[in-house]
Structures are given as C-alpha cells and as structure tokens.
Design a protein. Sequence first.
Length: 256
Amino acid sequence: MRVTARFMGVSLKMYFDHERTVAWAKDVAALAETHPAVRDGHVELVVLPSHTSLPDLGPIAGGAGIALGAQDVAEHDSGPYTGEVSAASLSQVGCRYAEVGHAERRARHGEDDAVAGRKAAAAWRHGLVPILCVGEERRVGTDAAVEHCLAQVRAAVAHAGAEASGELVVAYEPVWAIGSTHAASAERVAVVAGALRELLADHPAVTSARVIYGGSAGPGVLTELDGAVDGLFLGRFAHDPRTLSSVLDETVEHIG
C-alpha cells in the first residue's frame, strides 16, 4: 500500500550550526503555514537537522505541520555506545523519521546493508519510520542499477529481523549523483522506482511504502519525473527557503 501524501524531505547534513538551523526552520515554518501543498495535506514536509537541533525544532516544526527526522539512529536501544543516539530518544524529542543507510554513512563509517537493516528495526521498534537510502555507486546501466537497489532493500529488510515491520520510505539516491550538478535521468529513476515499488507492494514486513528520489534533486526534477516517485529528498537546493517554495509549487501543479 502506498501513502497518498507526497514526501518532501530536507536534510541539512552538517552545513548549518545550531543558530542558523533554528533561523532557517522558522523561515521554512512560515512557508509551510501558508503554502497550499503543505497546508492542504498534499505534501508531507520533513526536516532532518543535526541531532543537537532536534529538541528546539520540535515546537517550530510541529506548529507548522512539518515532520522531524533524524539523519541517523543507533541500532541498539541502550547501553555502552558512546556518541550514539537511540530511537527511543529521537521519538521522545518529536521525530517521526530516521534516515538509515545513507551513502556517506556507508562510505565513511563502514555501514552496510546489515547495519542499515538493524537500524531500521530499531526505528520500527520505537514507532519511527525508516528512510532507507539505496543507490548504485557508479553510473552503470539501468538494469544493473535496479538489481543493486533491489538487493540493498532485500538485504536491509532481511537483517531487520522477522518481527520488524512498519511503514517504510525508500530513497533512491545514486551515489554518483549526490552533490553533482545534475540528477539522474528521469528514465533511469522511473525504472528503478518502479522496480522498488513492485518489490515493496506485497512485502510482508512493509505495511506501507513510498519511493522517493534524492541526488542533486532540486527545482524541475519533480516535473521531469512526472509521477515516477512519491517525493524527493532535497539537499543543498533547499537551504534557500525560496527554492524550497518553488519545489512545493511544482507539487501543486501535479496534484491529481
């Protein structure tokens, strides 16, 4: 089953300090309160700041109908895990989502599909929705990209364990497109997203799913994709709320 509202996520990574994050969030909240895409429930706007900013952003986001997400989550619920943040803590400060398996975590911290799966399970245990990031590292053919992404999702969900289940967002983010000047082609995204949707449609662990695109996603990408995905994962393009507003405008144009 697919969720009807489009997903529009913005990860700030570590670009903003806390003060700038709060100021940015206030501007985005003012936008969300008046923009018909968010106001009328056509888009679920999700903001993923640094962990340290989550408590202060809770009241700002909540009052404007914005959901909070964490950029990472511990696979363990508690214990001697220095520097980790549990899903329980994230839930308590108002998070609805937790990102797992991002390409940067895989490359820089050695995280694999097994780790992503265990983190997804931790999120599910505490009522959070995992945002599972998948994508091929090199610009391979579309068929190879499909097989790579399907294998990542299958492995992650398998490692989540037989008892883990819930809502899932899968973010198709080809690694070669992250931080580049151009997104992946609409044709490639449509084929990969379609295969992911087919996989998730009847998966026993997934109660509902959305497939979104990230990787140099910005203004114009949603229009080019023309319904191929259930939303976008925006990065630096959304650091300017005016650019975020233009992307939201596109969602209104494509309603129905």
